[in-house]
Design a binder for this molecule. Structure first.
Ligand code: ADP
Ligand code: MG
Length: 346
């Protein structure tokens, strides 16, 4: 009798487990938000909960876009650009904090990352193939300097101290939004997911026991992969000169601007950064792009949380120390499978 009850309990348990397993699956969705492709993929035990979680992430991306878009005249960022030349403009603490964090990146990169790049950047229109003349750049360039942005911590106000200044968060806002999306998923108990906005992605967990393999595309051919990076519990951002651009007389005018010259940066074709959060990787990918591989690697190889991959104008691919195959060991040293395995598959 007791044996029969035990069998029945076991069968009920097995049936429950089987139905849960049948429903648990990867779910994904793509939406156009922040002027780019946003993508969420997650492992959900329950499709309804998974769907709700994706809804919540997409809503968060839209909320951040409403706050920070320079395309939307009603956004707080637009209010700063309209009025901060005349008076301090008070903004939401969240926006204030991100602007402040941007100045931290400017500080550690000696101004290679600078949201006031927009004082010149707005003179470019890639869709309409418009770029500023040398004379226009010369006039606008003195307004590019993050140090001329006065931030009042107490009142959350922003004031520009130089005429003609503008800011733009296109170089950090998507990374920030991805991090917010990941926080939302974590709070809902989701432990395996990918959130992407444009060139910025972050992953929690792994993909069924293996890392995700994230591709870095060839700068001239979107269907060709130059390398794949294994990732779990990490963020990755790529900045490339092939995203928003036009070519004229052999010059590529694209959306990453060197704040020191007002021209599109041209030392590399793409710069990819890996770090724990997408806010970090997004901020540092512009920096790496502007500084070029040599200078950027000097900085990145000193920062243990960061790694980088560059595609150079001649097609060569350069890796930071943390991604390079382990150096050959001296003869007689004991072999270990991990030491001999490159972190980056060919
Ligand atoms: P995505 O927009 O796909 O995430 P990136 O991360 O490469 O692409 O960001 C490019 C954006 O960064 C540009 O469109 C512009 O808004 C901004 N940007 C360009 N140059 C700089 C710079 N020197 N410092 C800060 N932001 C920049
Ligand atoms: Mg980005």
């Amino acid at each position: 009798m007791r044996a029969r009850v035990a069998w029945r309990c076991l069968l009920v348990l097995l049936a429950t487990a089987a139905s849960t397993l049948a429903r648990a699956d990867w779910m994904q969705r793509t939406e156009a938000i922040m002027g780019t492709r946003c993508y969420v993929e997650l492992w959900a035990d329950d499709p309804l909960k998974g769907n709700d979680a994706i809804d919540a992430v997409m809503a968060e991306l839209r909320r951040i876009d409403d706050l920070m878009s320079h395309y939307k005249p009603e956004s707080e960022l637009s209010a700063i650009n309209q009025h901060a030349n005349e008076r301090p403009v008070q903004v939401d603490k969240e926006l204030f904090d991100l602007i402040k964090l941007s100045t931290h990146y400017s500080q550690i990169t000696e101004g290679a990352f600078d949201i006031t790049y927009a004082s010149v950047g707005y003179l470019y229109d890639y869709r309409r193939r418009i770029h500023p003349s040398e004379e226009q750049i010369k006039q606008a360039l003195p307004a590019v300097n993050w140090r001329n942005m006065l931030l009042d911590e107490q009142h959350h106000t922003v004031r520009f101290e130089h005429p003609g200044m503008r800011i733009d968060l296109g170089g950090i806002g998507k990374g920030y939004a991805v991090d917010r999306g990941i926080e939302i998923l974590k709070a809902r108990g989701i432990d395996r997911a990918l959130v992407t906005a444009g060139g910025d992605s972050r992953i929690i967990g792994d993909r069924n026991g293996r890392p995700w393999l994230v591709a870095i595309r060839h700068p001239d051919n979107p269907n060709k992969v130059v390398t794949r990076i294994p990732l779990s519990d990490s963020a990755m951002s790529t900045s490339g000169d092939y995203e928003r651009y036009f070519d004229e007389d052999g010059v590529r005018y694209h959306h990453i601007i060197d704040p020191r010259t007002g021209h599109s940066a041209s030392k590399v074709r793409s710069a990819t950064i890996l770090a724990p959060t997408a806010t970090q990787t997004d901020g540092m990918s512009k920096t790496a792009f502007v500084l070029g591989a040599e200078k950027a690697l000097e900085i990145i190889n000193r920062m243990p949380e960061y790694d980088a991959v560059f595609v150079l104008p001649d097609g060569k691919v350069l890796y930071s120390n943390g991604l390079r195959p382990a150096a050959p060991r001296p003869p007689g040293a004991q072999s270990s499978p991990t030491a001999a395995t490159p972190r980056v598959p060919p």
